[in-house]
Design a protein around this ligand. Sequence first.
Ligand SMILES: C[S@@+](CC[C@H](N)C(=O)[O-])C[C@H]1O[C@@H](n2cnc3c(N)ncnc32)[C@H](O)[C@@H]1O
Length: 333
Amino acid sequence: LSQPNTRGSLTERVRDRLRQNERLRGLVYAVRNRKLFADLGQHDRMLADSVRVDIYQAAIAKHVGPDDVVLDLGTGSGVLAFFASRAGAKRVHAVEHGPMIEAAQAVAADNGIDNVEFHREHSRSLEVPGGVDVILHEQIGEALFDERVIENVVDLRDRLLKPGGRILPAHLRLFIEPVQVPSHSRIPFAWQQELHGISFKALEALRDAQPPGYWQPRSRSFPFEAFVGRPEPVVAVDLHEVTLADVPTSVSYSRTALADCSVDGLCVYFEAAFDNEHGFGSSPADPPTHWGSPLLRIPIRDVKAGQIVDVSLALPDIGNPRSWTWKVDIRDA
Ligand SMILES: C[S@@+](CC[C@H](N)C(=O)[O-])C[C@H]1O[C@@H](n2cnc3c(N)ncnc32)[C@H](O)[C@@H]1O
């Protein structure tokens, strides 16, 4: 069953033009992002996420040394820049395009941290004469690439990172896994309902007119029961090497059902790794973080152990999950 996402309305046509124009897309994104992270509530959530904070602190302590010039991309409250300073970095350049940078400067002063240089600008215009040894970032959204981590890190890597320099974290993996939710939490599509002898099948006529949000609820997470098959990343990048041309615009894959179950949707989550020991992620099977693991809805389907679930997704802009469309089929092995 495929999930339509294209509407003929003016707003939808404007959105389509935006998706096609990379430069314009970047500008619109920067304006929205600056506004979003001007909200202290966002920093409350990120600083309170101890899974995130503790792993960054440990990885920075391991990978940053006394000779390093470090660049913290999107410093926000300054937390990662301060960890790098405490790890002994020679100098830290903290770049932030939003107003939070002023508060970060006050935190530095309060803590007697004097080797962090703050730059209030978009990272694309940042210059650091002599270059940097380490690029530090946490530009990771719920759908991994939705805070434009690839565009921003690749730009800095190609302009400012010294040969042999490190990117922390560099290994990013996106998962879009068929999942089952607990039966009491299922919300079937209205047209799938048969209630006390009344069929609601006729409501399917409204299906194509629904906006993208109908298929991709905004709620950060959903009640998780099990993965249908064995999870595998559908996109994996090493930020030391990736180019924009490597980013896929579609993916197709299959999973073998491990047990009789239902397929309720596709769960989007990620893993990010600094090295073999230090990493974090947003799998619904792991302890919760401030990131959610959103569900791409499909009409609920039963599947038998050993059957194959075929998934294909169009990702015209991998950084904008609202542009994605998907199709799920079930067949015998
Ligand atoms: C997810 S927050 C992380 C903040 C902080 N590094 C932390 O770990 O708590 C990302 C921050 O990057 C900033 N940002 C995003 N893109 C940027 C860019 N291209 N240049 C400068 N700042 C950027 C945002 O305003 C936001 O404060």
